[in-house]
Design a protein around this ligand. Sequence first.
Ligand code: HEC
Ligand code: HEC
Length: 341
Amino acid sequence: MKRLVFLCSLALVAGMSSLATANAEDLSDWKLPPVPVPADNPQSKAKIALGHQLTFDPRLSKNNSISCAGCHLPFAGGGGHTPRAFGHGGELGRWAPSWVNAAYYTSLFWDGRAASLEEQTGALVGHMGPISAPGEMGGDVKAIVKSLKAIPAYNKAFKKAFGKQGVTRVNIAKAIAAYERTLIARNSPFQRYVNGDKKALSAAAKRGFELFQNKAQCIACHTPPLLTDNYFHNIGVPQVGPLKEDVGRYAVSHDKDDIGAFKTPSLYNSASFTFSMHDGAFSTMKQVIDHYNQGGDAKNAHQSDLIVPLHLTGKETSDLISFMKSLTDVKLNHIHRPPLP
Ligand code: HEC
Ligand code: HEC
């Protein structure tokens, strides 16, 4: 009898807590905020359309050979299609991360060495980035400005987007950044769920969302609403590829705590990437979850204390994978190549 009372009260408590969760189904913390837009580069249709073209145009590189989209695969979530990217210098040390939701990052690159999307392009004076980096697109930006000016349709498009200034290094950077600010995973099932469509997530994905926040502790770094804390952690990813060691954030901060720490990626569309992590060490979501589940690499002296064995069962792993898949906005896996002038 006592036992029954105990069970009943437990049921009551459980009932209450599920009521509490039902009431607490306020998911507004997970809603993606408006994209931050710098005051000196307001969005416009003309600018975005031009940025879209520039992103696909190999004429921004040495020998007209590589475009941004050549490394950031437009049909695989904008991530690289080889574990490490290949540029004019051959194989680089890092995997090309996705540009999906990159507009929310407070710093760019795996080590956060660029402060804005404009700066990241490498078109601005004094800032190395893909366009100008000899190992990537290897472009001579001055010469690129000249050659774009010589293409009447580009000349016109730059004037439409930027007025009299037309083609300049700064405007190349601004147009590309404006385009990147449109690559936001707003229509992923998870975002639809957050915005009130309760049917947008499967039961498995809902269980995965619960695991993400509790038992699996992903939320410790992949914080809402962006699923990144915009911070750097060493999560014990095995070092693969041509580099013997990649010190990551340490190269920027010179803080020993940052050895092997990389920027927390926003996870949107990550279930469609061909590879993941700074060096492309993993090629499936299962490998990623298994890595976290085993507590990363216990032998890595610099690994974050937040990475510990998770004791997830096989079913929990697959539920978590279902949740990760719900972060995919399929539109961002079908970015078309616009006609180029
Ligand atoms: C040769 C291959 C290659 C090309 C071409 C290339 N990228 Fe990348 N991209 C990379 C790699 C590799 C990284 C990561 C480098 C690092 O972190 O040190 C990266 C990083 C980025 C990031 C940072 C994302 C983040 O998570 O911080 C953005 C944004 C980006 N690229 C956009 C572009 C744009 C725009 C272009 C064209 C102007 C371009 N990329 C051309 C390989 C490439
Ligand atoms: C201690 C902070 C931290 C925790 C906890 C954490 N992550 Fe990460 N996550 C990161 C960092 C940092 C990276 C990039 C690491 C690198 O490249 O070396 C990353 C990378 C990833 C990637 C690869 C994405 C890409 O663009 O390459 C996925 C997927 C991922 N995490 C999912 C998860 C899941 C699922 C969990 C919970 C089981 C989790 N993370 C827990 C910080 C964390």
